[in-house]
Write a protein that binds this ligand. Structure first.
Ligand code: ZN
Length: 90
């Protein structure tokens, strides 16, 4: 399990070439197709790729997490269970 924080104002960040969305990027990088939110105790199905950073430790890079429409609006730390996909050049 990871503790992550949503990175503000990244919703319009350009998806890397060859991918149709951040969700698509996450699926290719992790090899997974999940239809349920990766936040602990959340079963939201309206999922999307959301840019996050780790809430603890020295790693300040950005990652794509798969979260639902409700969780992506949350402030503060989210406990997250699916794998993260590293954002290129972050
Ligand atoms: Zn959720």
């Amino acid at each position: 399990m990871e503790k992550v924080i949503i990175v503000p104002e990244t919703e319009t960040w350009k998806v890397p070439k060859g991918y149709t969305s951040w969700q698509h990027y996450w699926e290719v990088k992790t090899g997974l197709k999940k239809r349920i939110c990766g936040a602990v105790k959340c079963s939201g199905t309206n999922v999307m790729g959301v840019l996050v950073c780790k809430a603890v430790g020295k790693d300040k890079r950005f990652y794509v997490a798969l979260l639902c429409n409700n969780c992506r609006r949350k402030d503060g730390v989210i406990e997250y269970i699916w794998p993260l996909a590293l954002v290129p050049d972050s």
